[in-house]
Design a protein around this ligand. Structure first.
Ligand code: ADP
Length: 523
């Protein structure tokens, strides 16, 4: 299987999606982690401070009671208050305790204490001056050993001649925060694992979602390399499916247009070759010394050239089918158009011309194109009927008023069921009495294109030997109130049926008619 072409020199969409996904996930994880870490860190500090403040409170209560709760004796000095407080204190994890007294070594707890404050001379030196402070001091003291959160709670002398003492409680802050850090190291590992999982899942997911785009690119490349028949498989119902559908629709149209161009060229080549061969054959065989032969060949060559000219004109008309201005709608009075077409059709041949019916409806349509189609049908009716026979035209709105039928009825040779199927195809000609009449086979194709350009169709009813009725059926479109005056039905001559010189001449405006619906022979 061919691989989709890779963009040269730049990251793929898949890589970009993944990069954005990972960056966003990493940012979210980092923000969440950092916020939680800072909150936890503050919480630990708050807990330590609350614990130390409570201890200060307890010491104050003990000093105020004046009695040692263990022995029941009254305190005789501040030192005794501090000793009692040390004995009563149950140190927490990462907490140490000291008793400060004037001129003596600090008192230490006899209980199992985790942090031995007396072993850190820098701390002892830092707290000793606070012995004489009037109020409890809470501060952070950093030494070369660790960071302490320290409470120094002074106890005033019990007697006038006594010395002050102080209780020192301190938490090893670094040890307390180490636990938080351990938790967040675990978080970091989980976050990294989540990032890896997001990356893998995101990569697979992006690949899956972008698969139609890769197939699109591959198909586009195949089309460039081979043919237009490749299509992208459609599945699901999301944006990419719509894109796929639009792309396939575009390919359908492109393929259809290339195919019709190719067929047109084939047909044109084939159709033009015949008159060219005829002219060439006659010119080769012409006896230049014989004036009669030369004159005859000249007539024949001019006739064939006329035919080629008509053919080219018809092809040019067909080439404009599908272009936006092929049909230019304007308000049209269909009754007047019927009259105009009858007047023009009369010149096509010696027939008994009738009007079967005439509508007074108005619609938005291209009067020139409708006249062109109608006259084409009339020209065919003349071509396939005997002189003097009836050829009738008519116009009538359908009972629901939604559409209008414009028809030509003849009592000519009619069309066999086999031919009915294909006479609207380009270059299709029917057989009548076992032979083909002269014609390009483009007339009905043009009529059909005009009907379709109006959102309508061509219908035919025919029986061999009894005649045919061809009808252009188009929708009746409402005429805007403030629109221009209805088109007087400027005429376009029938395609391929009049001499090239007459066709290119400007068609004069026909006088307006006001006759009501009428039945029967035209006058
Ligand atoms: P052309 O008349 O140039 O061959 P058209 O496309 O106009 O091309 O017509 C195609 C074929 O349809 C004709 O060759 C003829 O067999 C058949 N056809 C068209 N109009 C009539 C008609 N009024 N009566 C009988 N046959 C018709």
């Amino acid at each position: 299987m061919a691989r989709a072409p890779r963009p040269q020199g730049g990251p793929t969409v898949r890589t970009r999606i993944l990069a954005v996904l990972l960056a966003l996930t990493a940012l979210a994880l980092a923000l969440a982690g950092a916020t939680a870490y800072l909150l936890t860190y503050d919480h630990v500090d708050d807990r330590i401070d609350a614990d130390l403040s409570e201890s200060a409170q307890e010491l104050q209560t003990l000093g105020a009671s004046g009695v040692d709760p263990v022995t029941g004796d009254p305190f005789s000095s501040a030192e005794e208050v501090v000793i009692a407080a040390i004995q009563l204190d149950v140190p927490a994890r990462h907490e140490g305790v000291l008793g400060l007294r004037t001129g003596k070594r600090p008192l230490v707890s006899q209980q199992a204490v985790e942090v031995h404050l007396q072993d850190d001379p820098e701390l002892v030196a830092a707290v000793t001056p606070l012995l004489t402070s009037q109020t409890a001091v809470l501060r952070t003291i950093g030494t070369s050993t660790t960071d302490y959160r320290v409470l120094v709670a002074p106890v005033a002398p019990v007697t006038a001649s006594g010395d002050p003492a102080a209780l020192v409680l301190a938490y090893d802050r670094n040890a307390e925060h180490a636990e938080t850090q351990a938790v967040f190291r675990g978080y970091l590992l989980v976050a990294l694992a989540a990032l890896v999982v997001t990356g893998v899942v995101g990569w697979l997911l992006a690949g899956r979602l972008l698969r139609p785009i890769r197939v699109l690119a591959r198909t586009a490349q195949q089309i460039g390399e081979s043919d237009l028949s490749a299509r992208i498989p459609e599945s699901g119902n999301d944006d990419l499916t719509h894109l796929t559908r639009a792309f396939n629709g575009m390919l359908d149209r492109l393929e259809g247009s290339f195919e019709s161009q190719r067929r047109l060229l084939d047909d044109v080549g084939h159709e033009l070759r015949t008159p060219l061969t005829i002219v060439r054959g006659h010119l080769e065989l012409m006896d230049t010394a014989d004036p009669a032969d030369a004159a005859e060949t000249r007539v024949l060559a001019l006739d064939e050239l006329d035919r080629m000219h008509r053919l080219v004109d018809d092809l040019v008309t067909l080439a404009t089918v599908g272009q936006p201005d092929f049909v230019r709608p304007a308000p049209v009075e269909l009754g007047r158009l019927t009259d105009d077409v009858l007047d023009k059709a009369r010149t096509l041949g010696e027939r008994t011309w009738l009007v079967d019916s005439r509508t007074d409806a108005r619609t938005m349509a291209d009067a020139q194109r409708l006249t062109q189609a109608w006259l084409q049908l009339a020209a065919n009716a003349v071509k396939f009927s005997a002189p003097g026979s009836v050829v009738a035209i008519g116009s009538r709105t359908t009972p629901d008023g939604a559409r209008v039928r414009l028809w030509v009825r003849d009592e000519g040779v009619g069309i066999g069921p086999d031919d009915l199927e294909r006479i609207f195809d380009r270059f299709a000609r029917g057989e009548h009495d076992g032979e083909r009449r002269e014609g390009s086979g483009l007339g009905l194709a043009i009529v059909a294109a005009i009907a379709e350009g109006h959102g309508g169709e061509v219908t035919v009813e025919s029986a061999p030997g009894r005649g045919s009725t061809f009808a252009v059926v188009v929708p009746v479109l409402p005429v805007p109130d403030a629109g221009p005056d209805p088109a007087p039905g400027r005429a376009v001559p029938p395609v391929g049926r009049t001499a090239p010189t007459a066709r290119s001449a400007p068609t004069p405006e026909l006088p307006p008619r006001t006759a009501p619906d009428r039945e029967g022979p035209a006058t």
